[in-house]
Structure formats: C-alpha cells, structure tokens
Design a binder for this molecule. Structure first.
Ligand SMILES: [Zn+2]
Length: 581
C-alpha cells in the first residue's frame, strides 16, 4: 500500500466512524480534524487533504447507514467495541422477590430540606431495584411533623428536581399530609382492638415506668374509654402535650425505646400551621405510624434504607402484627461516611439560617443541588452508589471517589480552554510574525473542532500572559513550551513580568529538551473568568474569548487548572463553578 492509499483508507475509516455516529452522514470538518490531528505534517497540504476527503465523503455519504455499519463491523470491529458503554455494575438480587405480585419500593423524604449525597443512595437503590424487577417506584413525602421537622413548600419541588436529576422517575407520588384520615382510621382500629391506648401521663412519668418495664395507668383502661378519649382528641379536647396515642408492644422488649411507642400526638397548628394544610388537623401521626401504615397500603415489597431505621422496624412490626399485616422485606444498608463532608441536615439548615451559606447550592455543601452546580454528574453518583451498594457494613468514601467517578464521565466530553489565574506578562522576542494558532477543543476528539487564538507580533515581539502558578517553572535559562505555539527560553523573570526569546518551534524539539508545557494567552482580547472554588472563594483570572460561547451548564476543562461547570455567561465574562482537577 502506498502512503497515499494508506491515507485514503484512514480517511475512509474516519468518515465511516463519524457517519455511523451521526445518522449516516459524515462531517467533513470532523474528518479533516481527525486526519490533521493524527498527521500534523499534513497541515502544510490542507488543500490536498480537503480534496481527498471530499472524494471519500461523497462515497461514504452515498451509502446507507446499514451499509456503513456493516463495513465498520467487518473491517474495524475494535472501534465499535470502544464505543460501547462500559459494563454497568450490577446490584445484588433482592430477597424474596417471588413472594410479591411485584416489586414496589419507595423513597420517602421529609420535605424540610433538599437531598444530599447521603440520600442519593436510598433514592438510586430504591429506584433502580424497582426498574430492575419491572416494579413500581413510589415517591412519598413524609410531612407529618409541623412542629420540629417542619416541611416547607419549596422543598417538595426541589426534591422532585433532585430525583429527576438523579434520573429516578417515580411512578406514583403521595403526600402524607393528605392522608391523615387513613392514619386516624387505623388508630381507631388499633384502639378498638386494645392494641393502642391514649396515654395522658406526663412524659417523664411514663418514661420511668416504661424503663422499668411497667405499664402506665392508661394502658389498662377499657377500649370503650380509650375510644372516648380518642374522640376527645379528634374533637379538640386535648391541648398539645396532653395526650399521645401509644401502640402496645412487649413491655419487656430489650430496647426500652421500642416499648409502647407513640403513634399520634396533638400539635397546636394555630401556632405551628402545616405549610400545606395549615390548621386543618391538630392530630398528627408520628413517623412509625405514618410510615408503617403507608408501607402496607402502598404494597411496598422491599424497604431499602439505612440501618439507623432498624429500631423503627422493630416498632413497626408490632403495628403489623396487631393489624394482621405482613411486614415487607427490609434491606438496611450500613452508614456511609463521606470524608470531609458534614451530612447533618439540621446543622446545615442552621448554618444556612445564620447566613454562613448563601443558599443550598453553596459549593461547600454536600447537597445534590450544590454537586450539580459544580458539574458533578448524576452518573458519577450512581457509580459511587453502585460501588457501595446495599451492603449492611458501613462504608467510607471520600470526595476523591466522587471526583474520580465524575472525571471518567466528563473528561471525554469537556471542552478545553485556557484560563490564566493570576496573569503575569511574558514578553517574547524573536517572533517573526503575527499568527493564529489552532488548538483542538479536545485533545482526543478532533471532531469537537478547534479554537483559534491570535498572537500579535510587533517589531519581532509579542506580549503574552502566563499564570503566576508557573513562576517556578519560568526561571531564567529554562526552555518552556507554550502549548500549541512555540518554545521559549526565559531570559529574565521578575514578579511583575517575564522576558523570553523564541527558542524553537516544534513540539518535538520541546520534547527533546524535556521542556515543561505551559498554557498562555495573548495579553489582550480575553474574557474575565471567575472560578468559584469548593471553599466558596472566587478566583478571578482571564480566559480565552471562546469560553463566552459556552452556555450555562456546559462542563468544561480549564487546562492545567481543573474541570468545572459554566454557571453564568455574559458578553465578556464567565463564572465557572469548580468541580475537581
Ligand atoms: Zn399513660
């Protein structure tokens, strides 16, 4: 095969691969880019390359997509293998799937805040298991505490948004604050069965008795009298704190916290109105009552949650026994420690109120909103969740685990740009003429195009900007390669400016000298770039103007600085939230 035949074959391969990715039509620019990327010397013969590619493209684009696919399968099957997504990790099977007509799981947040990294595990596992078994995934808002863990209207939607971002679509949605009548009717049934009673004791007195394994005086009153008390509660005869409905358990249960647990209580909703239903109800179920009743009524087959709920399961099993229900299969996974992240919701909400954080997207936070704003992808979180899975042992992850998973996803798609943090002028002599360099938008994907940066030379000199972070490389006599431009020998280096001289042109020469590669920008015509770092500090610098063509939400890489998500763009400035290196 002659060199020109080899080149034609390569062009055909590039065209076919590009065509099968783009509905049968190869793009000339992409194919040329790929060829020039692989053979930089062809840049001197672009006219020849263009005519070759135009010929090849005519042939390739005349083929049907099926024909194109067939040729690639026969000649370059390894290229197709490269395109296939990596084998996804699988979840271990759920127990007792055959026991149920179908798998039904739920995620049941309290809308008193948004979701954070720790919640992602419950959401993703519950959703993905439902999908794995062709089941149903339910979103249930557990908003029955208007007093201490009070819901707020904005969080219902923000949580829905978090779920959508996690690609966990739900099949049914319930709000517990709409379901109070259901809890009341089961409370009444329990009371009639003498499986629950209205306790009027002072909390401290009850605690002492129950810790000693003894019944309080209310436990043994007749169902009729209890029913009368219950009607009295519903009728508003009791004030907040004057009575609770307790579900009977074994009084000698080894864990005193399980014994005769409280199921419903009175809340002064004039003082503490519920954000959705205001003062409509005064009697509110506690967590185990609402959750226990709903898991049954919604036919939940598998409850997937953290092992901090083990005691709740103990409590709820009494409810199920009293009512003759079958408790679902419960999978309690271990705790997830994230090094360097405080996942305490109450602390976060307190700090937010005190103004330590501007809002819930503050980059210091572990909320999904904050991660999203930084350009962490939900695929990365899914990868991390699958890694820890539903195992009962505690797991520890670090930010670096999240970053590594995210890097794999965004590195192939993030466009590259030069960003100079702390710009310093580098004045270079020996520059023969002005020039425009063409830099690939992505080093591995010629099809992502090129960006152009113009260097203006005047009297054999040009003025460039380099980052102050590179000052320790830019020592006198050092030769550095200005990426995609030329090699410069440093003549003098002061804190306020560096002088250098063109040493040589080619990358090969730089490699021979083992020269460091640094990025740069012309002194003028740049845009202003502010990078908000994970500690919420902003770093201000300059970037190439092409960054302003980005749109909000684009994930980009600032070369030699790190990945980030474009947050806001104006004509001459860009704000980027830093993701990771
Ligand atoms: Zn009592």
């Amino acid at each position: 095969m002659t060199a020109s035949e080899a080149l034609e074959l390569e062009a055909r391969k590039a065209a076919l691969l590009n065509a099968i990715k783009h509905e049968g039509r190869a793009d000339a620019g992409a194919v040329i880019g790929r060829l020039l990327g692989a053979h930089p010397h062809l840049r001197q013969k672009t006219a020849d390359v263009r005519s070759l590619i135009s010929k090849v493209l005519d042939q390739v684009n005349a083929m049907t997509p099926a024909e194109q696919q067939k040729v690639v399968e026969e000649k370059w099957p390894e290229e197709l293998a490269k395109e296939k997504p990596k084998v996804e990790r699988v979840l271990p099977p759920l127990p007792n799937v055959d026991k149920y007509p179908k798998v039904v799981t739920r995620f049941s947040p309290n809308p008193d805040s948004v979701l954070h990294l720790g919640n992602a595990r419950a959401v993703i596992l519950s959703h993905d298991y439902a999908r794995k078994y062709d089941g149903t995934f339910i979103l249930r808002f557990e908003d029955t505490d208007p007093r201490l863990k009070k819901a707020a209207l904005q969080y219902y939607d923000l949580i829905r948004e978090d779920l959508r971002w996690l690609e966990c679509s739900w099949d049914e949605e319930y709000l517990q604050s709409d379901r109070l009548e259901a809890y009341y009717s089961y409370a009444e049934e329990l009371i009639k069965k003498s499986a629950a009673y209205i306790c009027e004791c002072e909390p401290e007195d009850f605690k002492q008795l129950v810790e000693a394994g003894q019944a309080c005086p209310c436990r043994n009153i007749s169902p009729d009298e209890n029913l009368a008390r219950w009607k009295g509660i519903l009728g508003g005869e009791y004030d907040e704190g004057e009575a609770v409905v307790r579900v009977k358990t074994d009084l000698d249960h080894p864990n005193p916290a399980v014994r005769d647990w409280p199921a419903l209580r009175v809340i002064d909703t004039v003082k503490y109105p519920h954000p959705r239903v205001g003062g409509k109800y005064r009697v509110w179920p506690l967590y185990n009552m609402a959750c226990g009743v709903d898991d049954h009524l919604m036919a939940i087959s598998h409850v997937i949650r953290g092992k901090e709920h083990l005691t709740n399961m103990e409590r709820q099993k009494y409810l199920y026994k009293h009512l003759g229900w079958q408790y679902p299969d419960a999978i309690h996974y271990g705790r997830l420690h994230v090094i360097g992240m405080d996942l305490s919701k109450s602390k976060m909400m307190r700090d937010l109120e005190e103004g330590i954080y501007k809002d819930l997207t503050d980059p210091r936070l572990g909320t999904l909103m904050a991660l999203r704003r930084r350009g962490i992808t939900s695929q990365a979180l899914r990868g991390v969740v699958y890694e820890v899975g539903p195992r009962p042992v505690d797991a520890t992850i670090s930010w670096e685990n999240v970053y590594a998973a995210n890097r794999k996803i965004i590195d192939p798609i993030a466009r590259r740009f030069f960003f100079i943090d702390g710009p310093i002028v580098l004045s270079v002599s020996g520059v023969k003429s002005s020039r425009t360099v063409k830099v690939p938008v992505h080093p591995d994907h010629a099809d992502m195009g090129i960006r152009e940066i113009t260097v203006e030379a005047k009297d054999g000199k040009c003025r460039l900007l380099v980052s102050k972070g590179d000052l320790d490389i830019l020592k006198p006599k050092a030769v550095v390669r200005l990426m995609e431009l030329f090699n410069v020998e440093v003549k003098s280096a002061e804190a306020d400016g560096i002088a250098g001289e063109v040493h040589s042109e080619t990358y090969a020469e730089a490699r021979k000298l083992n020269a460091s590669l640094i990025h740069w920008l012309p002194e003028r015509h740049n845009c202003k770039v502010t990078v908000l770092m994970p500690d919420a500090q902003g770093i201000v610098g300059v970037g190439e103007p092409a960054i302003t063509a980005c749109r909000a939400d684009d994930v980009i890489q600032l070369v030699r600085f790190g990945f980030g998500r474009v947050d806001a763009v104006s004509q001459d400035s860009v704000t980027v939230y830093f993701a990771h290196q």
